[in-house]
Design a binder for this molecule. Structure first.
Ligand code: ATP
Ligand code: LTN
Length: 327
């Protein structure tokens, strides 16, 4: 059997270049080697408050961004999480396997609950059980994600191993796939923070749907380090972050890039980076606009049907092993 990939993104805002370079780009590259499932995880999105109208719109927009990135519905399965009810069902079961202490140790939970301060939903805490359900339902081998999801993947493995030990071999144990370059693109306004779609300062991120003027303005304002020369240097995180984006968008080596910028300053880097980003995003956005509502609806319905057929089999085994039989 071909090895399987599963991954997803939350429809919680506008996807940015970090989401593309850390995740989507690798999904596109890996889809021909693996049987692939790419999900818009709308049930994860509601762990923090969402406006229903906006959520509805963003859910479809994220699916469009998958397709425009190059996910081919003829070889990969694209679907919306809430269309396959087994995700919520297995999440409940795994909530009864995972320990509260494990959930409380998750850094994403600690960060996001700090931001929410009051009214932190129980769902925000149990978020990783739903993520484990997503992955384990499909007997996934590999999960291509950014660096920030590594801890959730480790918890998924722990929960799967515990279930297998307690109830008998049921789940395949997945590995994370974290790219060597681009796994953590930093915010433009603060090179010590990750670029995030939920940060209140939109100047810190380049949206995949931003127009050319916005892109130029955001790069122009981007924070830089002291010093003047343009080269990859761990001790200068802001410039190294900009260069990393440039490297991934232009597919050049670090040596070629450093040679190109030799003797030039930060203004040149920002201008060239804006050009490279616009050259990539304009045709991308054109492809997004070219996907009709009908076509999208058909792809998502087909995707949900394919996903459900697999999820049902796993869920039946889980219930059988646990003694959940119904009437
Ligand atoms: P954000 O922090 O942008 O709101 P998120 O934590 O809500 O992101 P998703 O949008 O669901 O997460 O993330 C989709 C994918 O993008 C995940 O694989 C995640 O690891 C990856 N990703 C998110 N931010 C970055 C980043 N700054 N650099 C690289 N990859 C990222
Ligand atoms: N938690 C992930 C999104 C996500 C996911 C998944 C990623 C939900 N379910 C399953 C990979 C596999 C995030 O990026 N915030």
């Amino acid at each position: 059997m071909a090895k399987r990939i599963f991954s997803g993104a939350q429809p919680t805002g506008n996807l940015h270049i970090g989401n593309y370079l850390g995740a989507l780009r690798n999904w596109v590259a890996l889809q021909h080697e693996y049987e692939s499932f790419f999900c818009v995880v709308d049930l994860h999105a509601i762990t923090i408050p969402q406006d229903p109208e906006v959520l509805r719109e963003k859910t479809r927009e994220v699916a469009r961004l998958y397709l425009a990135a190059g996910i081919d519905p003829a070889v990969s399965t694209i679907f919306i999480q809430s269309d396959v009810q087994e995700h919520a069902e297995l999440a409940w079961v795994l909530n009864c396997v995972v320990r509260i202490g494990e959930l409380e140790r998750m850094t994403q939970y600690k960060d996001k609950s700090k931001k929410q301060r009051e009214n932190v939903s129980a769902g925000l805490l149990t978020y990783p059980a739903l993520m484990a359900a997503d992955i384990l339902l499909y007997q996934t081998d590999l999960v291509p994600v950014g660096q920030d999801q590594k801890q959730h993947l480790e918890l998924t493995r722990d929960v799967a191993e515990r279930f297998n030990r307690d109830f008998g071999e049921t789940f395949r144990i997945p590995d994370a796939y974290i790219p060597k370059v681009g796994a953590r693109i930093q915010a433009l306004d603060d090179p010590l923070k990750k670029m995030s779609k939920s940060d209140e300062n939109a100047n810190g991120r380049i949206g995949l749907l931003d127009d050319a003027d916005t892109i130029r303005r955001k790069f122009k304002r981007a924070v830089t380090d002291s010093g003047t020369d343009v080269r990859f240097d761990e001790t200068r995180p802001a410039v190294t972050n900009l260069l990393t984006v440039y490297q991934l968008l232009t597919n050049q080596t670090r040596e070629e890039i450093e040679a190109h910028f030799a003797g030039k300053g930060y203004a040149q880097l920002k201008g060239d980076l804006a050009d490279a980003t616009i050259a990539f995003l304009e045709p991308y956005q054109e492809r997004v606009r070219g996907i009709s509502d009908e076509e999208l609806g058909r792809i998502l319905r087909d995707g949900a049907d394919k996903a459900r057929a697999i999820a049902e089999v796993t869920m039946r085994q889980v219930k059988e092993r646990m003694g959940i039989v119904g009437a």
